[in-house]
Ligand binder design. Structure first.
Ligand SMILES: *Cc1c(COP(=O)(O)O)cnc(C)c1O
Length: 229
């Protein structure tokens, strides 16, 4: 077994163990393999080991890999900060965008989504760590943005994404994820049918699963440490 496929099995085992521990059904938690900075060959290896969904933070890098590996029919998720001048390329290539934090970006993605593709699936990124993180809307802004995004024609609002400030303490990790879940539950009470909580990474996926994550985004634990450059 290659390192990547062994790592993938280990991450899946962590997800299953956390699901059991916190009374969740493991089938309700999907794994997004975050392949940013790693070559298409590594994505290919993960794909051969059964992984279907991959997350990328940089538009051109993601497009290059999606093009190289087009024959594998993988699902590409854009999870990084998105500028207006890159929305068309994202709308044409990716199946999901997790990092919506402005209406203007969502409007452009909806307008630019090719008509022959299914609606672009999106999450609104919520910032629950205050100034520690620059990206994402505040808890107070999330509802207004979510209702406007949900009304756009060629995108489908699936849920919320969060990247809490990294901390080691499990209880503190849970506190941040709980705040995201509370926003998610509030939006569903307001009539939005959200089904996706994209939260949890290599170091905190167990805490995220404890608080209801339906999609964990894992890079380092699958592909290895990235160069800090
Ligand atoms: C890099 C990244 C991840 C993966 O982080 P790891 O700690 O390597 O698992 C997840 N989500 C986002 C938005 C990222 O940028």
């Amino acid at each position: 077994m290659t390192t990547i496929s062994a790592n993938l099995q280990a991450v899946i085992a962590r997800i299953e163990a956390a699901a059991r521990q916190f009374g969740r059904n493991p089938d309700d938690i999907s794994l997004l393999a975050v392949s940013k900075t790693w070559p298409a060959a590594d994505v290919h290896e993960a794909a051969l080991a059964g992984q279907k969904s991959f997350g990328e933070n940089y538009v051109q890098e993601g497009i290059d890999k999606a093009t190289t590996l087009a024959a594998l029919n993988l699902d590409w998720h854009f999870i990084g900060p998105l500028q207006s001048n890159k929305t068309r390329a994202v709308a044409e290539t990716f199946a999901w965008v997790h990092s919506i934090d402005r209406l203007k970006i969502a409007e452009r993605l909806s307008e630019q989504r090719p008509q022959n593709l299914p609606a672009l699936q999106v999450c609104i990124q919520v910032n629950v760590s205050g100034e520690a993180s620059k990206s994402g809307v505040s808890v107070d802004e999330a509802s207004a943005l979510a209702h406007l995004v949900a009304d756009l024609p060629h995108i489908r609002l699936r849920g919320l994404m969060a990247i809490p400030e990294p901390v080691d303490d499990f209880a503190r990790q849970r506190d941040a994820f709980r705040r995201v879940r509370e926003v998610f539950e509030q939006l569903n009470r307001e009539g939005l049918s959200l089904d996706t909580l994209s939260m949890g990474m290599s170091h905190d996926l167990e805490a995220a699963i404890a608080e209801g994550a339906t999609m964990v985004r894992v890079g380092t634990a699958i592909f290895g440490e990235r160069n800090k450059a």
